[in-house]
Ligand binder design. Structure first.
Ligand code: F0G
Length: 352
């Protein structure tokens, strides 16, 4: 048939698997590249802007691309358990793929700083959820130590198979546009995804599947911006909890990506993130706050955008992950609660 078989099967020749590798898949990948004409019009200059809506993966984030590979390889090696530190999405994906593979998943999360939907997922998929009184950076230190001491496979983006899986997003973007974009705007936390996209674009370029390479434009929340500050941020803060990271696991790799792609790292404030989050929703695309950092960043850098450019903003996670932020950000003027159930009361609120 022609049904999508998941990214390992679809991109098998680019990935480190063999005929005997036990593929663990939930049919991830093949996510839509959606034009956002209102945002493009705000930039002007005849640009085309698309969002790569990776929130439509099976667990609602781009992490599924990495996790199908990481769990497949852990299974192939005879592993029985995986472990990760997470701001939420990695834990949801690790839990789902591990369960699918018949393995255990241990996830360490910063207590009180994981969006509700993500926590619900990790619990439902059956992970052992350990919420520490510390931030993501501390959780990552603990899982690294755990993976050295105990029989558990680390599935954070330090695991090289994660990036192998995630590079397929660059293949899809290039296949969808017929070439690489001029700019790739992407939120940056641990900087695994920006590194993976760059790998993917380069592999396609070397094969002649695209005739150019994008400038990699990474955006960080202003309160959690080690790449902007030029070093570790001790107490990172942002409403975009997914990227509340002060000591990125892929720091050196991402500096290389910036240098090789003539890219940049820039900060966006929480308010800029939330404004972009609402502009995306107004185009019919609901992503989580961290994802909107890519669009917030593009809008902030609009003067630097070349005329006629093709731009892709990566939307890393689904808006449903974080219902609290969505509801808080919506106005009282659009949400009337406790309304009397009669036509007159309802019609009045509808403005008729
Ligand atoms: N966007 C979302 C929605 C994320 O969940 C993450 C990372 C990023 C962007 C940043 O990607 O780390 O590759 O630079 N989330 C990790 C997690 C930390 O635990 O789910 P990155």
């Amino acid at each position: 048939g022609t049904a999508w078989r998941g990214l390992i099967e679809e991109y098998r020749r680019y990935l480190p698997v063999t005929d005997s590798t036990p593929v663990v898949t939930l049919r991830e990948g093949n996510t839509p590249l959606i034009p956002v004409p209102t945002i493009a019009a705000e930039i002007g200059k005849g640009v085309r802007v698309f969002v790569k809506y990776d929130g439509l993966n099976p667990t609602g984030s781009f992490k599924d691309r990495g996790m199908t590979m990481a769990v497949t390889k852990a299974k192939e090696a005879g592993g029985e358990a995986v472990i990760c530190a997470s701001t939420g999405n990695t834990s949801a994906a690790a839990a789902a793929y591990a369960r699918r593979a018949g393995m255990r998943a241990y996830v360490l999360i910063p207590d009180g700083y994981v969006a509700l939907g993500k926590l619900a997922q990790a619990l439902m998929y059956g992970a052992e959820v350990i919420a520490i009184k510390g931030n993501f950076d501390r959780a990552l230190e603990l899982v690294k130590e755990s993976a050295e001491k105990y029989p558990v496979t680390l599935v954070n983006s330090l695991n090289p198979f994660r990036l192998q899986g995630q590079k397929t997003a660059a293949f899809e973007v290039t296949d969808g546009l017929g070439n690489a974009p001029d700019w790739l705007c992407i939120p940056v936390g641990n900087a695994g995804n920006i590194t993976a996209y760059w790998m993917g674009f380069n592999e396609y370029y070397q094969e002649g599947r695209c005739t150019k390479l994008p400038r990699m434009m990474g955006f960080q929340a202003a309160g959690s911006a080690p790449f902007v500050q030029g070093g570790i941020v001790k107490d990172p803060e942002t409403i975009a909890t997914a990227i509340r990271i002060g000591n990125p696991a892929n720091y050196d790799k991402a500096l290389k990506v910036r240098a090789e792609s003539n890219g940049e790292f820039n900060p966006v404030t929480d308010e800029e993130i939330l404004v972009a989050y609402q502009k995306l929703a107004a185009e019919g695309v609901f992503c989580e706050p961290a994802s909107a950092a890519s669009v917030a960043g593009l809008l902030k850098k609009k003067d630097a955008v070349p005329f006629g450019a093709t731009i892709v903003c990566v939307l890393t996670g689904n808006g449903l992950k974080d219902p609290d932020t969505a509801i808080k950000r919506s106005g009282d003027d659009q949400f009337y609660q406790g309304v009397e159930p009669d036509m007159a009361s309802v019609a009045k609120l509808m403005g008729f």
